[in-house]
Each structure stands twice: as structure tokens, then as C-alpha cells.
Design a protein around this ligand. Structure first.
Ligand code: MG
Length: 259
């Protein structure tokens, strides 16, 4: 079942989204050469305390994982596609790309967002990866109009990314969000227009294209930390994610910084 949020709940989600966007912005600015993924997670814990929100990924136990998630944020560097566990061993270098993905709860409601930031100056093809992924998210959001279908979001993301010669990870998808971290519907990043559930006013989605520079193939590091997903060919990957409410006027991005 796809839940519908009331306009009051969407206002609360928007306040939560503003806080999460501010936290992610501060975390992104801290991804400098020599800093570690654990430094970022420590800062994330300080910021959730400061803004009095809950880091819902900490202790979250998805069905695929061997143990509850041990950190506030997922920090995935270069060829780590998603779900990287922040440790002190992961030291950022000039030219790296760092994905920071985080969910928070505020007044009982959950938002989910992610950014991928360059560490210092990155190579031109890496810059393109970031730009295409960010723009793919914008295309996906733009297709999230009431009356459209989920496949329209997928198709908008797929056609844009493929037109730029990059590939989308098929096994990792967007999702409904708000009362829980992962709700229905699943929002694939590849798909056909006019297919899937209908998009309706009151739905809240986390839309999140995950784009690789090389092949789309990934593997789950079951032998390692049980969470990290890597590209099979070692190529680098990027991810941008917003939580979006469907309103009568179209999609409203909730995880945006507002003054
Ligand atoms: Mg998500």
C-alpha cells in the first residue's frame, strides 16, 4: 500500500527536509583531503544532536544485512556505490568522490537524501558523472506529476543518463518514505513510461538515481562489511537523492535548504 501524507505532515516533512539538507551541506563541506569517513559520521552525530533529530539509519536492520547498521550516515567513496560504512580507514584524497546518504526523523516523520561531493578538484569525466547524476535526479523529480506513473520517473532518469553515455544501477531503487525509511512504491531508475503505480497527491517519494561511469554491474560485499555495494569493474559511481512530496501543483522537493 502506498501511504498518503496530510498537508500538515508534508509541512513537518519539509521542516525535516530543511534540517537534513543543512546537515548534508555541512557534511559535504567537511569532505576534504585527509579527513576520514568516520570524521564525517562523528560530525553527523554532532549535527543530529544540535538539530534534535533522530539518525534513523543508526541501528536500522534491512533484510539483506547481517547486522543493524552501525552509523548515522552511509559514506560511499569512488567505486563504492552505496551503503559504505564510515570508518577511520577510509581517508579522502584529492580527486575522490564521496557520497553521503542519510535519513533523519523529525517529529516522528522521516526524510531521506543524498549528495555526492568532489574532494578538491576532480577529473573532467568525474565532474561529468556528478553533473549527469544531479541532472538525472531533476528529470526524475520533474516526471513525478500527479496522474503520471512511477515508470514515467524511471523512464525520465533512464533516457537522460543513457543519452549521456553513463549507466544506471538496476538493483538499487528509490522508494516511498515518511512513516518509515522504506515504504512502497519501489521507484526503479530504469523503466517504461506509463507503467507502474499511479502517482497521487499526498505520496512522498525518495528518488535516487545511482550512476556508474563504467558498467552497471555491482556486487554486495557479503564477505566484507555486509553492507557496501561496489562496481564490478572498479569504475566510480555517484548518487543524488531528494525526498519529494506530490502536491496538486506537482512535485515539491522537501530536502532542500530554505532560509
Ligand atoms: Mg533512499
Amino acid at each position: 500500500m502506498i501511504t498518503k501524507k496530510t498537508s500538515e505532515e508534508i509541512q513537518t516533512l519539509q521542516a525535516a527536509g530543511n534540517i537534513l539538507a543543512t546537515i548534508l551541506h555541512k557534511l559535504g563541506a567537511a569532505a576534504v583531503p585527509g579527513a576520514t569517513a568516520l570524521d564525517l559520521d562523528d560530525l553527523a552525530m554532532e549535527l543530529v544532536a544540535e538539530y534534535q533529530v533522530e539518525p534513523v539509519l543508526l541501528g536500522y536492520h534491512p533484510s539483506f544485512a547481517p547486522r543493524p547498521y552501525p552509523a548515522a550516515a552511509c559514506i560511499s567513496v569512488n567505486d563504492c556505490v552505496q551503503h559504505g560504512i564510515p570508518t577511520a580507514d577510509i581517508v579522502f584524497k584529492e580527486g575522490d568522490v564521496v557520497n553521503i546518504d542519510m535519513s533523519i526523523a523529525h517529529e516522528g516523520l522521516i526524510v531521506d537524501s543524498g549528495i555526492t561531493v568532489p574532494v578538491g578538484t576532480v577529473a573532467p569525466d568525474v565532474r561529468k558523472l556528478l553533473d549527469v547524476t544531479r541532472e538525472a535526479l531533476a528529470h526524475g523529480i520533474n516526471a513525478a506529476q500527479p496522474g503520471n506513473r512511477i515508470g514515467d520517473i524511471s523512464h525520465a532518469i533512464q533516457t537522460f543518463v543513457e543519452s549521456r553515455g553513463l549507466s544506471l544501477v538496476e538493483v538499487l531503487c528509490g522508494h516511498g518514505v515518511g512513516y518509515a525509511v522504506h515504504e512502497e512504491p519501489t521507484i526503479p531508475n530504469l523503466g517504461r513510461p506509463g507503467t507502474g503505480p499511479k502517482i497521487e497527491v499526498g505520496h512522498v517519494y525518495a528518488i535516487e538515481p545511482i550512476v556508474n561511469m563504467g558498467s552497471a554491474d555491482v556486487y554486495f560485499d557479503d564477505e566484507g562489511d555486509g553492507y557496501s555495494v561496489f562496481t564490478k569493474d572498479g569504475s566510480w559511481s555517484a548518487h543524488f537523492e531528494h525526498t519529494v512530496a506530490i502536491t496538486e501543483n506537482g512535485p515539491l522537493i522537501l530536502t532542500k535548504r530554505r532560509s
